[in-house]
Design a protein around this ligand. Structure first.
Ligand SMILES: [Fe+2]
Ligand SMILES: [Fe+2]
Length: 241
């Protein structure tokens, strides 16, 4: 009896989720997708070059970092294919502007050899952002993009993990820098999310859900790095102040 009830529940859930899928062929969907797809492509390109820069900052891990970077290039190609599959031309100028502040902060940190800030930006903030957005997107993506994104999201955990482990091993010496870098860069993630929230909504990606998923990935990684609850709360508050 119980099995029967739970089967019914599964059917209801499936119906609900297929009902909530957007019309991938509508003009409004394609218009919003041209910016979201571009942001994802640019994000992967950005991640690729950030990992190559990180390989220069941490030469003892250069091989691993280059390997992680190459995954990003593959992701980028996958998301280009998603755009082509829907006959959408990604709005790359929009995406370049979208990433410009975070991009400049990374480059400035790289130029002065500030590994902590570079790792926070790429491995913690960008990867948490990617993981959260991809999880939400998978639930409402077209079948082709869903398959691509499911493969990609697994890799992003490896990238998050790299930064996490390095920061954990060096926490005592980098904690202050980590806090400062977070205060400067976490607000950028929040405003980037605000900037694409209307387009994300057209793709049936809920803004609150995106923010929740981001905070989960971000706070989990801070916990893993070895920060205590008060430190994590203080860091997370930078997103709202
Ligand atoms: Fe990626
Ligand atoms: Fe990544």
């Amino acid at each position: 009896m119980q099995a029967f009830a739970s089967n019914n529940l599964t059917v209801e859930k499936e119906e609900l989720s297929s009902n909530s899928l957007p019309d991938f062929t509508s003009e409004s969907y394609k218009d919003a997708y041209s910016r979201i797809n571009a942001v994802v492509i640019e994000g992967e390109q950005e991640a690729y070059s950030n990992f190559l820069d990180l390989a220069k900052l941490i030469p003892e891990h250069a091989d691993e970092l280059v390997r992680l970077g190459k995954m990003e290039k593959k992701h980028m190609n996958g998301f280009c294919a998603c755009g082509r599959n829907l006959a959408v031309k990604p709005d790359m100028p929009f995406a370049k502007t979208f990433f410009s502040k975070l991009h400049n902060n990374f480059l400035e940190a790289f130029k002065v050899g500030d590994t902590t800030t570079c790792l926070l930006i790429q491995c913690i903030l960008i990867e948490s952002f990617a993981i959260s957005a991809y999880h939400v997107y998978i639930r409402v993506a077209d079948p082709f993009a869903k398959r691509i994104t499911e493969g990609v999201v697994q890799d992003e955990y490896l990238h998050l993990n790299y930064g996490q482990e390095w920061l954990k091993a060096n926490l005592e010496t980098v904690k202050k820098d980590l806090m400062r870098a977070n205060k400067e860069n976490l607000p950028l993630i929040k405003s980037m999310l605000d900037e694409v929230s209307n387009d994300a909504e057209v793709l049936h990606m809920d803004k609150e859900e995106l923010m929740e998923e981001f905070m989960i990935a971000y706070q989990d990684s801070l916990l893993e790095i070895g920060l205590d609850n008060r430190e994590i709360a203080r860091m997370a508050l930078a997103a709202v102040i």
